[in-house]
Design a binder for this molecule. Structure first.
Ligand code: GLC
Length: 573
């Protein structure tokens, strides 16, 4: 019953780091325009140091027309004025490093913005030009090329192809965009594309970043035949893939992507020639794939360092499912020698405080609208706290999403006319409306009584905040025993003190001499030469007796006469 052995205390930082995702639009607004910015992030770094995170990952801050909230990059070597300047980025990096926080940035290699100089040059240069070779331009099918080159659909709804108008005003070629039409896909068979991204990596490594989160890492290479694909193309993890019978399409997970990342790894490793484990710069893959094994191919020793564990995020709140996914994650990562990662929330999914308040086993929505069945907020938060306490006791690296330490739910009643997600905008007038991801991207509340709950000096925020964000604001939880914020602080402190990130995991079959029931998860996380920590999560409706001699280090919720109630996790010393 030992699925994972402990690692050395000196293991490289990224094998056990807690990495906090900052969504720059929504974290902190220094200039009062209603959108978060880099000076805002810098001003809150002491808070993050105190929270106890090892690193931050900042979603895109580059020059962008913001058709997909910055995941449409027009200039990879500069900051969008909305967020600040390169000097602000340098200050942020410097301050973070002073505080002992590493910084990962978001790299978007699958597509550029249509406003990127390369795409503009491609439009100007016309069919057959070298400029068009950097993207996936093709002639249309049918009479006058009026039909797209194949039947692929965009992930955000509608077609994955758009037709351009050539310089002489005639309808021209088509270009591929797996996402919005303002996000043309690059041609990764082109040596200039490879070179350009090596140069972009160096640009930011030279400025001192500690690594990159790689956007849609599994999509860069497409089947060269660009064959028709009748299924819906989705960014699907296991649960989703099963629900819609999606297979891997010719746009995902092609063998050629791995060569690209081997090249990137060499660039990163050249910044740490002595192999000092504290100096590693890292790559983390965002790759939504149906199986753990496929995902782990991105973190073989000469490729990336980490890949997001979306399988864990998608697992239903049931003891057998959780246990199976924990075992499978550890096993698949151990096979390639990579660390496991864990994640419950990010800017693309319904926050887990809301998601876990939906009926167990229901299909995971990508957003919740005011007309939809609303999550049970109390239950959602209780489970979210129990789930995070389970997650942060597991060995490996863990990702947190800004605001989850306050127990923030999604805004589940946003008016449709404020929605900005292209997935909503592209489908709102169709039969398959996607609510979109705006609900998890609402600005973070810092002070209950201040304008915009302390997000910035102004009243206005780019997405409206729900009233509950006032009650959950940071200043309402700071120093308050039992608050979600204090729970996160305690978890991160104990995780560090007990080296949980490099511990070994052993499942328990009994607790204090009593057999562990089917509805209970119980394991020991033990470091190589330290005191083991016992973790128990109760998912059943019968409270569970805890061993009498156990010291309760932490509990995600109130105990009932010393017993562990449903949807609660404890850490025992
Ligand atoms: C990734 C990002 C998502 C973005 C998409 C296209 O999945 O996380 O926010 O919309 O890629 O770049």
């Amino acid at each position: 019953m030992t699925p994972h052995a402990p690692e050395s205390h000196d293991a490289p930082w990224w094998r056990h780091a807690v990495i906090y995702q900052v969504y720059p639009r929504s974290f902190a607004d220094a200039d009062g325009d209603g959108v978060g910015d880099l000076p805002g992030i810098t001003s809150r770094l002491p808070y993050l140091a105190d929270l106890g995170v090892d690193a931050i990952w900042i979603s895109p801050f580059y020059v962008s027309p913001m058709a997909d909230a910055g995941y449409d990059v027009a200039d990879y070597r500069d900051i969008d004025p909305l967020f600040g300047s390169l000097a602000d980025a340098d200050t942020l990096l410097e301050r973070a490093h002073e505080l002992g926080i590493r910084v990962l940035i978001d790299l978007v290699p699958n597509h550029t913005s249509d406003e990127h100089v390369w795409f503009q040059a491609a439009l100007d240069a016309g069919p057959g030009s070298a400029e068009r070779e950097r993207y996936l331009f093709r002639e249309g099918r049918g009479e006058d090329g009026a039909e797209p080159p194949n039947n692929w659909k965009s992930i955000f709804g509608g077609r994955a192809w758009s037709r351009v108008t050539e310089a002489d005003g005639s309808p021209g070629q088509w270009y591929l965009h797996l996402f919005d039409d303002k996000q043309p896909d690059l041609n990764w068979e082109h040596p200039e594309v490879i070179e350009e991204f090596h140069s972009i990596l160096r640009f930011w490594l030279d400025r001192g970043v500690d690594g990159f989160r790689v956007d849609v890492a599994h999509s860069l290479v497409k089947d060269p035949e660009l064959p028709d694909w009748d299924e819906r193309a989705v960014m699907a993890g296991a649960a989703e893939a099963e629900a819609i019978h999606a297979n891997l399409g010719p746009m995902w997970d092609q063998e050629g992507v791995h060569e690209i990342y081997r090249g990137w790894r060499k660039v990163l490793d050249s910044y740490n020639p002595d192999g000092d484990p504290t100096q590693d710069r890292i790559l983390c893959a965002e790759a939504w794939l149906p199986t753990q094994r496929r995902t782990m191919r991105y973190v073989r020793p000469d490729e990336m360092h980490q890949a997001f564990n979306f399988h864990f995020l998608e697992t239903a709140w049931r003891p057998t499912d959780l246990r199976e996914i924990i075992d499978a994650s550890l096993e698949a990562a151990d096979e390639v020698g990579a660390p496991t990662t864990w994640v419950l929330s990010n800017h693309d999914v319904v926050r887990h405080a809301s998601r876990l308040g939906l009926p167990i086993g229901a299909r995971r929505p990508n957003g919740i609208g005011r007309e939809d069945d609303q999550p049970n907020a109390v239950l959602g938060l209780q489970r979210a706290r129990a789930a995070t306490a389970l997650m942060l006791a597991l060995p490996g690296s863990a990702y947190l999403y800004n605001g989850e330490e306050l127990g923030l739910p999604d805004h589940t009643a946003l008016p449709d006319d404020v929605r900005q997600d292209p997935a909503y905008l592209r489908t709102k007038d169709t039969d398959e409306v996607e609510t979109g991801r705006d609900g998890c991207r609402v600005p973070v509340p810092w002070e209950a009584a201040a304008p915009s709950y302390g997000f910035g000096p102004g009243e206005h925020t780019w997405l409206p905040q729900p009233e509950i964000y006032g009650a959950l604001a940071l200043d309402r939880q700071d120093g308050v025993s039992g608050s979600t914020l204090e729970l996160y602080r305690a978890m991160l402190r104990l995780r560090r003190e007990h080296d949980l990130g490099v511990g070994g995991l052993t499942w328990l079959t009994e607790l204090g001499g009593v057999e562990v029931g089917e509805q209970v998860l119980a394991f020991v996380n033990a470091r190589q030469d330290g005191t083991p920590l016992t973790v128990v999560t109760n998912l059943g409706d019968e409270p569970v007796a805890l061993p009498e001699d156990a010291e309760i280090l932490l509990a995600s919720g109130r105990l009932e006469d010393g017993r562990l109630p449903q949807d609660t996790t404890v850490w025992l010393g």
